[in-house]
Design a protein around this ligand. Structure first.
Ligand code: FEO
Length: 394
């Protein structure tokens, strides 16, 4: 890749990873990702903000060499995760006089994860500033914008915010800036669902803080640079709010067709009542799409057959994931079919301990759904529609 100037004297020096298909060996990356590192030249000092994933460290170094950077004074690390801090040892080898700049918690993680010498770190606190001569970096601690040690960095004179994971999205693109906000909205919402949603309550407090800074540009550590910060700040404000939409998310598995029939019937019954439904067959669902749909759905109904004495393992996996992502769903239920018994519904409900939901009476039946089962599914559709009406979304 090539270094590119995002504003006068400020360069993107990161790496694009078009080929990466999984993040944390878990999250599918249909658009690849980027690891954005930025070089800020002041009249007296030069700072590097974040590094890149270690498998791309050569690209970062080549970018710096091609720009003719002989001296880096500060390496700001906003987040200790390896996709941003992992090349720090290599950069320190190249620029041994550089001081690492980060907060205390992040320093401790850098020491633990990358064996960085603690004495090479200059510790900053919330609101501290660092002069580069004619430019000033200001640091704000923003714990839980992924990990507990995360911070954001603001370049005061140019009004550029470097928020690391926050406000970015996974996309490898040759475009330096966001050019299509509708496309960016979708990618950013998916990223929010996968990475940021569990920290919704913390992030809510940071949005006003960032609005008060009135950034002219947001330069995240994943995805293109954003020249219209209002776009992403408004989107985040919507996602972290308590507002939900008239949507039922319906993840399901069916082994022999009975649960499938129940899903089909419930889907039709909900549509008839004016409720939007998003069924996800987990045999081939992209879990990023499932997470995306959970950002603002009012209700989730889990549909599972019984395997041995409990829910299908694929359903257990998806329920576990949904539970730790902590979506703002208000209502939940379980439907499904069994052959000789089991406690699938109870197991699923017990797993939803991270989400504050009202459980609507499950519909779990033996074998193929008969007339009584269809009536029970209609009753569940009625219950869901009634709840959606009560909270004013239907
Ligand atoms: Fe992009 Fe939390 O690392």
């Amino acid at each position: 890749m090539v270094a590119r100037e995002i504003a006068k004297g400020i360069f993107w020096v990161g790496a694009l990873d078009f080929d990466r298909r999984l993040f944390d060996e878990l999250i599918p990356l249909p658009e690849g990702t980027s690891y954005n590192s930025y070089l800020v030249r002041g009249s007296e000092k030069t700072a590097l903000i974040d590094t890149v994933d270690p498998k791309k460290e050569e690209e970062l170094i080549v970018n710096l060499i091609k720009l003719g950077i002989e001296q880096i004074d500060y390496i700001v690390i906003n987040h200790a995760e390896q996709d941003h801090a992992g090349s720090l040892p290599m950069v320190l080898e190249m620029y041994p006089r550089a001081k690492v700049v980060t907060n205390e918690k992040c320093r401790d993680l850098l020491v633990a994860l990358l064996q960085i010498a603690p004495e090479s770190v200059m510790v900053v606190k919330d609101g501290d500033t660092l002069s580069l001569g004619d430019r000033t970096l200001r640091f704000f601690l923003t714990p839980w914008t992924h990990w507990p040690e995360t911070q954001i960095t603001f370049l005061v004179e140019d009004k550029i915010l470097f928020p690391c994971d926050l406000f970015g999205f996974h996309q490898a693109t040759s475009e330096l800036y966001i050019t299509n906000e509708a496309d960016a909205y979708r990618s950013a919402k998916r990223y929010y669902a996968e990475i940021m949603m569990p920290f919704r309550n913390s992030i809510r407090g940071y949005i006003q803080k960032v609005r008060d800074l009135d950034p002219a540009m947001i330069a995240p550590s994943h995805g293109p640079v954003n020249k219209n910060p209002k776009f992403i700040l408004d989107a985040y404000a919507e996602w972290v709010s308590d507002d939900v939409k008239n949507v039922v998310v319906l993840p399901y598995i069916s082994m022999h067709g009975s649960t499938q029939k129940m899903v089909d019937h419930l889907t039709g019954a909900l549509i008839q009542r004016g409720v939007d439904v998003k069924p996800f067959n987990l045999t081939h669902t992209d879990i990023g799409e499932l997470a995306y749909s959970l950002v603002d759905a009012a209700t989730v109904v889990v549909a599972t057959p019984t395997v041995l004495f409990g829910p299908h393992p694929q359903i257990v996996y998806a329920t576990y994931l949904a539970n730790v992502l902590k979506p703002k769903v208000r209502f939940a239920s379980v439907i499904g079919s069994f052959g000789w018994g089991g406690k699938a519904a109870e197991t699923i409900v017990k797993m939803l301990d991270h989400v504050k939901v009202e459980v609507l009476e499950p519909v779990v039946i033996k074998g193929l759904p008969d007339e009584a089962a269809l009536v029970a599914l209609n009753r569940l559709a009625d219950d869901i529609a009634k709840k959606h009406k009560e909270i004013g979304i239907l």
